[in-house]
Write a protein that binds this ligand. Structure first.
Ligand code: ADP
Ligand code: MG
Length: 514
């Protein structure tokens, strides 16, 4: 159980306070230091399947519904009301109304906003098991991860944003002339928030947390694959006592409900996390990407492994390109293959499972197609290489060696449990190759040489660079990408300020104070 031990060290050191758009790996087994994870709920009832506007549940204007699928069984969990433009219009009206000057939300003390957000976090704690079970069933997440990471991390993140509510302030500025100048950080207004399926609950909190903390109102569109935890959160928002219209949740598809949000004239800010194909239409946030450089030493094998296999590779910071120095290449590949072969695949709600399904058929087909391209283009298939089982969207853990830069598996975002191991000779060469991508969300460097660590981490064009660790994300630190991997930052002070407008007030005074 050597790998298990390593995982524990990893988690204690790096993931003490993890907050990830797709949380970092945590061991599926429990250790004495960690709280027991209860069994998932076996009688989960889906209570909320409607559109949430003005603290009320609505049918869709079109009366259409769409199916929500369990990716491990391909069975329909329930049908959810399908929002479209008309529903988005209703939600925007409600959010605008809630943002009117003089409204309960606008006149509420900032500290009271913080209290409401904390109350919401308390309700999430109460419903921890329900949220984790729902997330595991709907998003195909290993239950232990859904419980200890997704839900836990979301609660902590919400409390962090709650704390900001009464600490968002401007400055006084010694401007030229007889003027007294100060700045205010004001709320922006009505925010449209479009979220992805790979971390449905975490993404929901990352979006609404800072937006509400700053006093905005929101319309959230969960991904069509995973609307369930967002709808449960809507019920908790009402229970916590947020005024009607402050949070509205409109489930539906991207090109319809999503597009209605992104093009709406009465929405003041759109925040989007999703694929780069959709992102460019927004000019706002689009995150998914990958850059990873690993200079192998002992624990690098484990970090590199977790970096790409966690949540079946469906994380925006997946370490899908791995560069290993020539001298240790063969050994590194051997150990990576050994590690990848340890997975137990199956229903993520069952105990003992370490790998669940991909989110849907579309992703499943895309991943299998990329794997085929890798075989055809001459990469060496070390293990895996196909689908697993005949029900559910499972992919065998796959490792390719002898991968070269121009292969599709090295260029395209695979978003699956597939590791690409490349070889390099010199530092200059690997920096160039690592940066030779339109993406730049995150990278990792492994080396014992301090000088190399600094040189490489400075040279890499990525929003986050981890040195001798990977996936060490935290809500207190800004997160976002360079190049095509995004605009703006989420989390940290910067992430909160993204939901404010900065206003300068210059006031004529008769005489400048000395
Ligand atoms: P993925 O390819 O990983 O599914 P997407 O970018 O398609 O990522 O999805 C992320 C989110 O963006 C989802 O909520 C989806 O419904 C939404 N979305 C997809 N296409 C559009 C679009 N044209 N306009 C607005 N939102 C969209
Ligand atoms: Mg999509």
């Amino acid at each position: 159980m050597q790998a298990d031990k390593k995982e524990q060290v990893l988690f204690q050191n790096q993931f003490a306070e993890p907050v990830t758009c797709v949380p970092g790996a945590k061991p599926a087994m429990s250790s004495p230091a960690q709280p027991e994870v209860p069994a998932p709920l076996d009688n989960l009832k889906i209570q909320h399947t409607k559109i949430f506007i003005n603290n009320e549940w609505h049918d869709s204007v079109s009366h259409e519904k769409f199916p929500v699928i369990n990716p491990a069984t391909e069975e329909v969990i329930c049908h959810v009301e399908e929002g479209d433009k008309a529903d988005v219009d209703k939600a925007v009206k409600a959010a605008r109304q809630a943002f009117q000057i003089g409204s309960p939300w606008r006149t509420m003390d900032a500290s009271e906003r913080g209290r409401l957000l904390n109350k919401l976090a308390d309700l999430m704690e109460r419903d921890h098991l329900l949220l984790a079970t729902m997330e595991s069933m709907n998003a195909g997440k290993i239950f232990t991860h859904a419980y200890m990471l997704d839900t836990e991390v979301s609660i902590k993140a919400l409390k962090y944003f709650a704390g900001w509510a009464d600490k968002i302030h401007g400055q006084t500025i010694p401007s030229d002339g007889d003027v007294f100048t100060y700045t205010r950080r004001e709320h922006i207004g009505v925010c449209g928030q479009i979220i992805p399926w790979n971390g449905p609950l975490v993404s929901f909190i990352w979006k609404i947390g800072p937006a509400l903390s700053c006093g905005n109102t929101v319309i959230v569109k969960p991904a069509e694959q995973t609307p369930l935890t967002a709808l449960h959160m809507a019920s908790l928002i009402k229970e916590a006592g947020f005024p009607p219209g402050v949070v509205n949740v409109v489930p539906g598809y991207g090109p319809t409900a999503g597009a209605a949000i992104s093009s709406h004239m009465d929405i003041d800010k759109v925040s989007f996390t999703g694929s780069t194909e959709v992102g460019p239409f927004f000019g706002t946030k689009y995150f998914f990407s990958h850059v990873n450089v690993s200079f192998a030493v002992d624990s690098a094998v484990e970090f590199a492994h977790q970096g790409v296999f966690f949540h079946q590779g469906q994380i925006c910071v997946a370490a899908s390109r791995l560069f290993v120095e020539e001298s240790i290449y063969d050994e590194f590949v051997r150990r990576s293959v050994e590690r990848a072969k340890k997975y137990v695949l199956g229903n993520p709600l069952d105990s003992g499972m370490s790998q669940g399904p991909q989110i849907d058929k579309e992703q499943h087909v895309k991943i299998l197609d990329l794997i085929e391209s890798g075989k055809k283009e001459g990469a060496k298939l070390e293990c895996g290489g196909g689908r697993w089982g005949n029900k559910g969207f499972f992919v065998q853990p796959t490792v390719f060696s002898n991968v070269t830069d121009e292969m599709r598996i090295a260029k395209e975002e695979i978003f699956g449990p597939v590791q690409q191991i490349m070889k390099f000779k010199s530092i200059d060469e690997v920096i160039k190759r690592a940066n030779n991508t339109p993406y730049g969300l995150a990278a990792g460097v492994f080396t014992k040489d301090l000088d190399r660590a600094i040189t490489v981490s400075s040279a890499l064009q990525a929003g986050t660079v981890w040195v001798n660790c990977y996936l060490a994300l935290s809500v207190q630190c800004p997160f976002g990408g360079f190049k095509m991997s995004g605009n703006g930052r989420e989390m940290g002070e910067q992430g909160v300020y993204e939901y404010t407008e900065l206003k300068t007030v210059a006031m004529k005074i008769s005489q400048k104070n000395s």
